[in-house]
Write a protein that binds this ligand. Structure first.
Ligand code: SF4
Length: 299
């Protein structure tokens, strides 16, 4: 299946060119994210990663992609109060992702302190012990973007958690699953199981199955990269992009620093080609080549 996808990608790249192909994929992913209410929020959001730890080890995990290991080393130096105070001061809606945020020792402690006018989205696979207890302890509206990963086994436990969570006040749930390799057939059957319980499970392409320019390449290239998203790592530092947040490489400033909500100026990066695919989905990202081949991704 993987080989077939690579052949299709190569064929399409030859027919329409890599840039057009990437844009087409971006449009599909963005539409799917909008439909799902998932983590594809464009602007005026802040993305925080209180932990990169996770109970699963999926082959297509972006953490694995960025660092070569599933649970990258991290220093969780931010308390729940410090997270919430920073988010409230910045005043943007927040996506809490990871890793699995429910592995963080006190997720309700962050969520319950966030100002009521700010939206909160939590991206999770719902596999961590204590997930339901944490959800029950949340006292404000939360959108849960829950992902079922077929590599974690049959969907029974996930489904149980979803059903219990949707009975809780203030919890809204969108479900998706990563359609990777041989799992696609299995997931079609799983979708029917979910539908029988009145739940819609959207299938999205696995990043690992879709190599494209900027990601999963042999060589690194130096480019000018312009990013707009604000990504804060487990140590409370802002990083230039998701790739570097996961690697905890080239921190810019602390989340407590004034002016953190400003857009970042273009900066030189020599890691293009080894970016995680999630970075290349960012709306407004711009890559300019130094060798005269021009702008790869205009805003
Ligand atoms: S080129 Fe890739 S690794 Fe470098 S800053 Fe941009 S997104 Fe991050």
């Amino acid at each position: 299946m993987k080989k077939l996808l690579f052949s299709i990608r190569n064929l399409l790249q030859r027919l329409v060119g890599p840039v057009a192909l990437h844009r087409l994929r971006k449009r599909i992913v963005r539409r799917s994210n909008t439909e799902n209410g998932s983590c594809g929020h464009a602007e005026r959001w802040i993305y925080i990663y209180p932990t990169f730890a996770c109970t699963l080890k999926c082959s297509y995990c972006q953490n694995l992609h960025a660092t070569g290991i599933h649970n990258p080393l991290e220093q969780c130096t931010m308390t729940p109060r410090a997270w919430a105070e920073s988010i409230n001061r910045i005043g943007r809606h927040v996506v809490i992702s990871g890793g699995d945020p429910f592995v963080y020792h006190d997720l309700p402690g962050i969520v319950n302190r966030i100002a009521p006018h700010l939206k909160v989205v939590i991206c999770s696979d719902l596999s961590a012990p204590g997930t339901l207890d944490a959800l029950r302890a949340m006292r404000r509206p939360v959108s849960l973007d829950a992902t079922y990963h077929p590599s974690s086994g049959k969907s029974g436990k996930f489904l149980q958690t979803v059903e219990a969570a949707r009975g809780l006040d203030g919890i809204e749930i969108a479900l998706h699953s990563v359609a990777a390799g041989k799992a696609v057939k299995f997931l079609r059957r799983t979708q029917k199981e979910f539908l029988a319980k009145d739940l819609r499970l959207n299938l999205v392409a696995a990043y690992g199955d879709l190599a494209f320019e900027g990601s999963r390449q042999q060589q690194r290239e130096t480019v000018y990269c312009t990013k707009r998203n604000i990504n804060i790592g487990p140590d409370g530092k802002r990083y230039p992009c998701l790739t570097k947040t996961i690697r905890m490489q080239d921190p810019l400033c602390s989340v407590t620093a004034p002016g953190i909500a400003d857009d970042m100026p273009p900066h030189l990066c020599n890691d293009f080609g080894h970016c995680v695919p999630g970075d290349l989905e960012e709306v407004g990202m711009r890559i300019e080549r130094l060798d005269g081949r021009g702008v790869l991704r205009p805003c």
